[in-house]
Design a protein around this ligand. Structure first.
Ligand SMILES: [Zn+2]
Length: 239
């Protein structure tokens, strides 16, 4: 038995089988999802593919609203989520590029503030819960803008707070203080209601989408699609 099958057998023992919760990325059902986060969110993480609420919602959006099966599309996936990565690679692995500054987290080691791709190269860019971690957010956004095709879209997600303005302080470095200020130990900023304006400053046209509304309450429950603080999709384009 492969290691992966053993792992599934183990997770099935702990979390399933069941039909209360379903993961649309690995297409498996469970009695419950795993809890996740510094402040624990119940039923957040798929025990099999490890997808979180935001990634399951994003896959719904990609599957239903974006022409994701178009094999000609060039896709950039920043800090790739494993389950989503596997789904996207199956469509056309030769046009799929995943990057991360940590070489153990993606196939290509690359800094989002210094992309080694030519301008207008990608049709689709996925950058979920990355910008809050990057010291020079403006440079990262200008790089995303540069490599996005004129007819392409960048789907950007982040943690949204109730603040009017984004709070950032790169001098807060201790784990304890970061959790106190940003809610997570690796963040250097907590985005506020001005997040779309920050995206527009890079030149993007921005559409804010709460796709949970399209899917309805029952699906939000069954697929555990979060409360909207982490799951809002910002669809960015050049026109
Ligand atoms: Zn899953």
């Amino acid at each position: 038995m492969s290691l992966w099958k053993k792992y599934y057998k183990y997770t099935s023992f702990l979390f399933g089988p069941g039909d209360k919760y379903h993961c649309n990325i690995c297409n498996k059902s469970f009695r419950r999802f795993r809890s996740h986060g510094i402040i624990k969110r119940n039923n957040a993480k798929c025990p099999y593919c490890l997808s979180l609420e935001r990634t399951r919602l994003l896959w719904f959006y990609l599957d239903k609203e974006v022409n994701i099966t178009d094999k000609s599309w060039k896709i950039l996936h920043v800090a790739p989520e494993e389950g989503l990565k596997n789904r996207l690679k199956k469509i056309n692995s030769s046009h799929y590029f995943d990057i991360d500054i940590n070489p153990t987290c993606a196939y290509i080691k690359m800094d989002l503030t210094d992309l080694r791709f030519q301008k207008n190269f990608f049709n689709l860019i996925i950058c979920s819960h990355v910008l809050g971690h990057i010291t020079n957010e403006g440079k990262a956004l200008s790089e995303i803008f540069r490599v996005l095709d004129k007819s392409g879209i960048a789907l950007i997600m982040t943690v949204l707070s109730e603040r009017e303005s984004t709070f950032e302080n790169i001098n807060i470095i201790s784990r304890k203080e970061r959790i106190q200020n940003f809610g997570e130990p690796d963040l250097v900023r907590l985005h506020g209601k001005d997040f779309p304006e920050r995206l527009k400053l890079a030149g993007f046209k921005v559409e804010e989408i709460d796709y949970r509304i399209n899917l309805g309450r029952d699906n939000c429950e069954i697929f555990s699609l979060g409360d909207g603080k982490r799951e809002r999709i910002f669809k960015c384009s050049k026109r």
